[in-house]
Design a protein around this ligand. Structure first.
Ligand code: FES
Length: 171
């Protein structure tokens, strides 16, 4: 230890302070160690963050194994022309709505308004999906046609098997 940096721990006995004995690093060496430690810290930190991301992805796949799988949503006979049914897809926390149009076609969308996430409902008189929060309106193609929403509703693909309807994906 250089005499410039040495701080006397005990003026009477001439011994160095306890912290100097525990960390016997000179000031020049201290900067070097700090830089090296910083590189180690950043490298390890990056590895930990990357690992945490992968763990999150794997955990979400394990916890929600069927999140993108198909899901039964109801009977075809329950869905009248110009009527609607509600269901959840891809998880129980995701409300959706399926509508049979006047022409008999089935369309389905997320029920979450793309403005501020209120639930849209089928408005027979308007022939579209109405959001009561700020009077937003989406047509049956899921496109916003009135009010503040500017983005379309996420579309749910529906497959019919016999009399049963299944949600099979989200676009
Ligand atoms: S939340 Fe739907 S219009 Fe605002």
């Amino acid at each position: 230890m250089s005499s410039e940096t040495e701080v006397k721990g005990c003026a009477g006995c001439g011994r160095s302070a306890k912290w100097q004995q525990d960390f016997p690093i000179e000031w020049d060496g201290d900067h070097y160690v700090t830089r090296r430690e910083m590189v180690k810290f950043l490298t390890l930190g990056s590895l930990l963050l990357a690992s945490a991301n992968w763990i999150t992805v794997v955990a979400s796949k394990l916890l929600h194994p069927g999140s993108k799988a198909e899901r039964y949503i109801g009977m075809d006979s329950d869905l009248d022309r110009n009527g609607s049914i509600l269901f959840r897809y891809p998880t129980e926390q995701d409300p959706c709505i399926a509508i049979r149009t006047l022409e008999g076609k089935i369309v389905a969308y997320s029920q979450v308004c793309t403005h501020l996430s209120c639930a849209v409902v089928y408005d027979r008189s308007e022939g579209g999906l109405f959001c009561p929060c700020h009077h937003g309106l989406f047509n049956l193609q899921g496109q916003p046609v009135a009010g503040p929403p500017t983005r379309p509703l996420p579309r749910i693909t529906v497959q019919q098997r016999g009399d049963q309807l299944y949600a099979t994906g989200m676009e």
